[in-house]
Design a protein around this ligand. Structure first.
Ligand SMILES: [Zn+2]
Length: 112
């Protein structure tokens, strides 16, 4: 687990160099599978595709897209094929929390 990786990734699907930033307040995330709880700290980053899903309020597509996120993929490897629905449910809850805590419209990130 590299918590301080310098590489910038989409907070939803893990895509590199996301172009959008959603202002959000800090909040305590759902507990993850190992029982630890994470703190969401400030803004969320989103790639073009995830930003489009969020702006269209299409959280189902967003949840499915997030399956490609490396941390989700790791969980899927752990749980096997029947774990996909569990992971999707986890993603939906996680994204619902994000939806509650976001504070405004997405902003274009500066050129990297
Ligand atoms: Zn994304």
């Amino acid at each position: 687990m590299g918590g301080t990786m310098s590489r910038v990734m989409c907070d939803f699907c893990g895509a590199a160099d996301p172009g959008w930033e959603f202002p959000a307040e800090n909040f305590r995330c759902l507990e993850s599978g190992d029982g630890s709880a994470a703190e969401s700290d400030g803004n969320w980053l989103a790639c073009d595709a995830c930003c489009a899903h969020i702006c269209a309020n299409d959280y189902e597509l967003l949840a499915r897209r997030s399956l490609r996120n490396p941390s989700m993929a790791a969980m899927r490897d752990l749980l096997g094929p029947e774990g996909v629905e569990y992971i999707l449910e986890h993603a939906r809850l996680f994204h619902a929390q994000f939806a509650r805590h976001r504070t405004g419209e997405p902003v274009r990130r500066g050129a990297l």
